[in-house]
Design a protein around this ligand. Structure first.
Ligand SMILES: [Zn+2]
Ligand SMILES: [Zn+2]
Length: 138
């Protein structure tokens, strides 16, 4: 569960666009043929480039995370992120609206967010220290 939440929070850092994915996969929408090198058309069914989809490959962390979000736990985490967004937008959510489980996951998300913010502060601080050390050496 924590893994799912952490991944969701860091999703943008995992992998960018499909086209830039180091493990991208080209797949024909018509017959399902796929390969890892770029396809201008399908060699199997001769479909044109319009039928070729590019997606994150099986070894890409983003793909793994997306797969994890298809599981029941992943669906729950996604729903809780939506609930938190709704709350941030000013919608009132009462304890009657959510289940015990959802509440627990939302608490986990909040804790994870704070931890991540603290991590970023630490990173920024060590970067500043590094900079100061470099400058003082001159
Ligand atoms: Zn990727
Ligand atoms: Zn094809």
């Amino acid at each position: 569960m924590r893994f799912l939440i952490r991944s969701a929070l860091r999703q943008s850092m995992l992998c960018g666009k499909e086209e830039d994915c180091p493990d991208r996969l080209f797949r024909c929408r018509q017959c399902g043929y796929s390969q890892s090198t770029e396809l201008d058309g399908c060699p199997v069914c001769a479909a044109g480039w319009r039928a070729i989809d590019v997606s994150h490959g099986p070894a890409c962390p983003k793909h793994l995370v997306e797969e994890a979000f298809e599981t029941p736990n992943g669906v729950l985490v996604r729903r809780c992120f939506r609930l938190l967004n709704a709350k941030a937008m000013g919608l009132a959510i009462t304890l009657n609206d959510i289940t015990e489980e959802e509440l627990r996951v939302m608490e986990l998300i909040e804790a994870e967010k704070q931890e991540q913010a603290a991590d970023e502060d630490k990173d920024a601080k060590s970067f500043q220290e590094l900079l100061l050390r470099k400058l003082s050496r001159r």
